[in-house]
Design a protein around this ligand. Structure first.
Ligand code: MSP
Length: 645
């Protein structure tokens, strides 16, 4: 059977990986993992583009021999991708001999058959984009129409590729194959780009010794870096040496890239080169949008370029989340916020919000509370006769199918939203069914049924999230005591975990990230100030100040004394869509058993504080009667999470 061949662009090694290159690579990895989980044999290529003049230039500026520089940089890319859990099958480098042989042979064949011919190039070149621009395409400022950087003038003999000869065939192919270029917006961009007509393109450069030499050329010209780079995809199948056998991998099923390198290169020059060679075209080219930061393009000069591993490392330190899970959280953010059609804003704040909301509160909390209750009520053993209610079972299967459809369409924001609908459904189900109350009332069998639905949801979720968060998926599977992350096919089966199956102890995966004091509230060392005299208005607050307090109703799910104190109890309080640990000084008035199941009023946006080694994530409101606390509670039972105002 043919392998599912998926590629990223090969990255220029003039700078280290950043969130832009990480995006394409993580999206590709998620697609590759998804297809693997569905049972396909996958061949996933990434690599580095090393023959570019801009790479040579940076090496020279650094005073390092270029080959040594590209070796170091390629290693840096591989190290970063491995640390980001990228499971590629081949890492190709364009300075490898096998690639040089492919590029040389293709050049020779196309020249022999007349698709490459000799001429002269007079025009402009953008070193940053490694692109030629004809004289009439450049404005007075002599800046690059794509990136805005200054252009260099070139007037030299060169070889041309007869791109114009393939224009009609290519347009027909694009029109006949609606999935050839995706998403739709890129297809339209490409057709728009082609509407101006495709000119023959220069495919050699003079005046440099860095690059693959043009075969049988005495002038010392090298092959234009894009012509050489695009061929990497073919090199990696060993097309040159394997006769028809390369078709076990070729053509690529999915070629991923950013929107900038689609119309001009991957959707035009590339298929035309393949047509000229008589090699089948890729099935699908997908061009995603760009990350922008503070509404601007990332650039070193603006200082807004983020390194992926630093972002993950910093989350791991501030949240206390193990590094592999912080890396997965970063992958999740990349995919959940992925720019598909348009560009998208990357921000650390956005990342933290997704982490606390989607990962700590939703996914992490569902896993933890489900396994905790299974242990507390059933000793960690799946009870006999449990099965998932039909409505919920139907919803799980439907959401898994929708997730698959979206992943197939490279629409990870939609796919992950579909998967998360399972989490919301189970949380709602828990609220309605209240397994803790069922258990308390002795309805143990029913409590088991309800929690079993949660377990099954988690089993399915571990499969659905694996493409995005492979290590987290594995950890969830471990806590469920499954040998591996379940295959995709098992997401359409329900009530799979058998009675009697034992579960591992729950272990939090995503500790909540505590909000850091902002610069304004951080105390600054200062000269002692004279204490202002109180006036009557100092005791009044405005309605806006009051509105800053987030006061919510919640239900106490568990309560236990804190050892070696007379006053403190540790409570778990359910606030509807999240559970908080709260340390309350109420032990003199209440026994822990009086509290479980009772509704309380919580100040929910108080800065967390550590009391006797326990992080308290809020405060219960109580009346102080001679130093003893009498708890406030709503006069009628209300939904957990309801606001007090
Ligand atoms: N070497 C060429 C590709 C040759 S493939 C035969 C190249 N390399 S690159 O390193 O400049 O960029 C590679 C990819 O990173 C492109 O897909 C590009 O769109 C992506 N990104 C670079 N910056 C980006 C953002 N700010 N946001 C998202 N992706 C962007 O081009």
């Amino acid at each position: 059977m043919k392998r599912y061949y998926i590629t990223t662009p090969i990255y220029y090694v003039n700078s280290v990986p950043h969130i832009g290159t990480a995006l394409t690579t993580i999206v590709a990895d998620a697609c590759a993992r998804f297809q693997k989980r569905r049972g396909l044999e996958v061949y996933f290529l990434t690599g580095t583009d090393e023959n570019a003049p801009k790479v040579h230039r940076v090496a020279q500026e650094k005073g390092i021999p270029t080959q040594q520089f590209v070796d170091q940089m390629a290693e840096e890319f591989e190290r970063t991708w491995r640390a980001l859990h990228i499971e590629y099958d081949v890492f190709i480098r364009t300075t490898e001999e096998r690639h040089k042989r492919t590029a040389t042979e293709v050049f020779r064949r196309l020249r022999e058959q007349g698709d490459i011919y000799e001429g002269r190039y007079e025009g402009w070149y953008c070193v940053s984009c490694e692109t030629f621009f004809a004289l009439n395409k450049v404005s007075e400022e002599r800046t690059c129409p794509d990136c805005g950087k200054p252009l260099e003038y070139r007037d030299e003999p060169c070889y041309y590729f007869r791109l114009s000869a393939y224009e009609d065939r290519l347009r027909q192919h694009i029109l006949n194959n609606p999935h050839f270029i995706e998403p739709e917006v890129r297809r339209n961009e490409t057709l728009g780009f082609m509407a101006e007509g495709l000119q023959d393109v220069a495919v050699s450069r003079s005046g440099t010794d860095w690059g693959i030499p043009v075969p049988d050329d005495t002038s010392g010209a090298v092959i234009y870096v894009w012509f050489d780079a695009l061929l990497n995809y073919l090199t990696a199948t060993d097309w040159l040496n394997r006769g028809e056998a390369y078709l076990d991998t070729w053509p690529p099923d999915l070629q991923l890239m950013g929107k900038d390198i689609l119309p001009r290169f991957h959707a035009t020059i590339w298929p035309a080169m393949l047509m000229a060679l008589g090699v089948p075209l890729p099935e699908r080219l997908y061009g995603h949008g760009w990350w922008i930061v503070n509404k601007q393009k990332m650039s070193k000069s603006l200082g807004n370029v983020y390194a992926p591993l630093e972002v993950a490392q910093s989350l791991s330190e501030s949240a206390g989340c193990e590094l592999p899970y912080a890396v997965d959280a970063f992958r999740y953010y990349m995919l959940r916020e992925m720019p598909t059609d348009s560009d998208a804003e990357f921000s650390l704040q956005g990342f933290e919000t997704r982490y606390n909301g989607d990962l700590a509160n939703d996914l992490g909390n569902l896993v933890h509370r489900t396994l905790s209750m299974m242990h507390r009520y059933f000793g960690g053993r799946v009870p006999d006769g449990a099965r998932v209610d039909d409505t919920l079972a139907h919803l799980f299967v439907q959401q898994a199918t929708r997730t698959a459809e979206a992943y197939e369409a490279v629409d990870f924001p939609r796919g992950l939203t579909e998967a998360w609908a399972i989490i919301s459904a189970v949380n709602r189900y828990y609220d309605e069914q209240a397994p803790w109350s069922l258990h308390k009332q002795g309805q143990t069998e029913r409590a088991g049924q309800v929690l079993y639905a949660g377990l099954e949801a988690i089993r399915i979720l571990s499969a659905l999230i694996e493409p995005a968060m492979p290590q987290v998926a594995r950890e969830i599977a471990r806590q469920l005591n499954l040998e591996t992350v379940p295959d995709w096919s098992t997401t359409s089966q329900i009530s799979v975990i058998p009675a009697g199956h034992t579960l591992q102890e729950p272990k939090p995966i995503f500790p909540r990230l505590q909000t850091k004091p902002s610069a304004q509230t951080t105390p600054k060392p200062a000269e002692p100030q004279p204490t202002p005299k109180p006036t009557s208005s100092d005791n009044l607050i405005t309605i806006d100040e009051f509105k800053r307090l987030k006061i919510r109703v919640g239900t106490v799910r568990s309560a236990e004394p804190i050892p070696n104190t007379n006053k403190l109890l540790k409570l778990t309080v359910d606030l509807g869509n999240e559970t908080r640990t709260i340390v309350a000084g109420i032990a003199e008035t209440y026994q822990p058993s009086d509290l479980v199941g009772r509704q309380v009023v919580v100040l929910a946006n108080l800065q967390p504080a550590t009391l006797r080694g326990v992080v308290s994530e809020g405060m219960l409101l109580a009346v102080d009667v001679a130093g003893k606390a009498i708890l406030l509670s709503p006069e009628q039972s209300v939904l957990d999470g309801t606001t007090v105002r």
